[in-house]
Write a protein that binds this ligand. Sequence first.
Ligand SMILES: Cc1cc2nc3c(=O)[nH]c(=O)nc-3n(C[C@H](O)[C@H](O)[C@H](O)COP(=O)(O)O)c2cc1C
Length: 175
Amino acid sequence: MAELMERMQHRRSVRAYTEDAIPEEQLRQILQAGLLAPSGRGRRPWTFIVVRDRETLRKMSQCREGAAGMLAGAAAAIAVLGDTTKTDTYVEDCSIALTQMHLMASSLGLGSCWIQVRMRKAPDGGTAEAYLRDVLGFPEHLCLEAILSLGVPAKQPEPHALPDLAAENVRWEKY
Ligand SMILES: Cc1cc2nc3c(=O)[nH]c(=O)nc-3n(C[C@H](O)[C@H](O)[C@H](O)COP(=O)(O)O)c2cc1C
């Protein structure tokens, strides 16, 4: 229990990476963490596209103004797509899967960051999703929710401290 809390405290968004590659076994463990996620009615509406090609990562980094820049220096990325035909909870399901992969990456000593794609614009005026559909070639019935960038951290951020948590966001019994 204490170990899980510590893991969650150490989970931070990491946007700067070294040039090192991520061992295949670690990538597999991260993907397993995503595939283990709960989903509404157990539909598992997700598809994960794993990208390691540097040129594709560079193209992906341009899907948004600024917010996805770290992809250009990432060792890998996992794009999380939801199948709109399988369930109406695909946004929640994909978010949980991505969160589990983000936490697993952290527990393996890797750096990662959530990059929002759903409802975001691309610099060309279209949607970030349409830009990425072109780069990654996924079909219309799949929505790209978000991307997890991955790499060996150039610097490890400080863990979150429990006393700093926003206690005012919790109400007991009634609002
Ligand atoms: C739904 C969601 C969308 C996010 N989108 C982005 C993003 O597009 N680019 C980015 O650099 N960070 C993004 N983040 C990371 C947040 O900025 C980060 O989690 C927050 O600042 C708290 O920092 P921490 O993760 O280190 O605790 C996103 C996080 C979430 C949960």
